[in-house]
Design a protein around this ligand. Structure first.
Ligand code: GLU
Ligand code: ZN
Length: 330
């Protein structure tokens, strides 16, 4: 059954490494509307693998904030579902299985390089999209993870890298259109996990979206350039890739990612200051071209207005007018 022929399934996949703010709330609202407007199923998945950065209570807060805004989901950590558990830290076995398959096929290898190893290996540092291109130093260096691990001091652990072929990876994004990346030249062999068991964002997101039958991945366009790598993993694991849709983020007037210095845009903070959910959802919808300035709306009321063709291709901007409207102080 191809994803198109069945009921659409989308997911909201927050990482409890930081609070839900206007930017990710907007992406989640669009993802929710895209699925709900077609009568599809929404899955909530908590992406809590980034251990040192996961803050206690943030996951619960994110779910609470999203519910408060008026979003809901059919499957998730707080409700039952056929693909439990919906928390990545409880799904390590499935990442380990996928990793074993890739390792057995020698599609991945352990890498002991530090950033300075990678830097000094290139005469002119090649700045790929995501920093330094990895030149394949460990491609044929170790025969096992244990051997690689033994080559490192106690406090370091090898990463797993995917062996990238010299080819272009292409897909058509549901919002950004045709995409083409020569992963080999731009990024090189990439890290799929920094743990022996394969628990890391790049592998986990692919394994989970496939296992949970996700047919549409709609998320912020900061992840657009990771998609080609994820598609390589879908192929390597012989899984069907979902449809990808990447939407612009909310940025500060100087075009940068939202940060603390731009004021407190956390949903929880706005809520605490007495700003209503309707006002926030109305603003998010206004940014998408679905509402007038000043409208107060629920996500459900937006179902009939959902229209991706109205979504501006440029980022939404946290202007002074917006900040005054939501009483956001610097
Ligand atoms: N959990 C990721 C994040 O919050 C999103 C992953 C994804 O949508 O693929 O950045
Ligand atoms: Zn290496």
């Amino acid at each position: 059954m191809s994803p198109e022929s069945s009921i659409p399934r989308g997911r909201l996949a927050p990482s409890p490494t930081g609070a839900l703010h206007l930017g990710n709330a907007r992406s989640f609202l669009i993802a929710w509307l895209s699925i709900r407007s077609r009568g599809g199923t929404v899955v909530m998945r908590m992406e809590d693998l980034d251990h040192p950065k996961v803050k206690p209570g943030t996951a619960e807060q994110a779910l609470d904030d999203l519910r408060w805004l008026g979003l809901d989901w059919d499957e998730g950590p707080d409700c039952e579902g056929p693909h439990e558990p919906y928390v990545q830290s409880q799904r390590i076995d499935s990442y380990r299985d996928a990793l074993c398959r890739l390792a057995d096929a020698r599609m991945v290898y352990p890498c002991t390089c530090s950033r300075s190893d990678v830097e000094s290996a290139q005469s002119a540092p090649h700045l790929g999209e995501d920093g330094l291109r990895y030149p394949g130093l460990c491609r044929d260096r170790y025969s096992s993870f244990a051997e690689a691990n033994a080559a490192l001091p106690e406090d370091r652990i090898p990463a797993w890298r995917y062996r990238v072929a010299d080819e272009h990876v292409r897909f058509v994004d549901g919002f950004c259109g045709p995409q083409d990346q020569h992963v080999h030249g731009a990024i090189g062999d990439f890290v799929i996990a920094r743990h022996e068991d394969g628990a890391g964002y790049m592998l986990a997101v692919v394994v989970d979206d496939a296992a949970m039958g996700i047919s549409e991945v709609l998320r912020g366009d900061d992840l657009l350039s990771t998609t080609h790598r994820q598609i390589l993993l879908y192929r390597a694991l012989e899984l069907e890739a979902p449809r990808f849709v990447h939407v612009p983020l909310v940025v500060s007037p100087d075009g940068r990612r939202l940060a603390k210095r731009h004021g407190d845009t956390r949903i929880a903070a706005l809520r605490e200051h007495g700003i209503s959910a309707g006002k926030i959802v109305g603003l998010l919808a206004h940014w998408c071209g679905w509402a007038e300035w000043g409208e107060s709306l629920t996500p459900s009321e937006l179902l009939v207005r959902f229209d991706m063709t109205k979504l501006p291709p440029t980022p939404a901007i946290l202007t002074d007018r917006v900040k005054a409207y939501l009483q956001i102080r610097d």
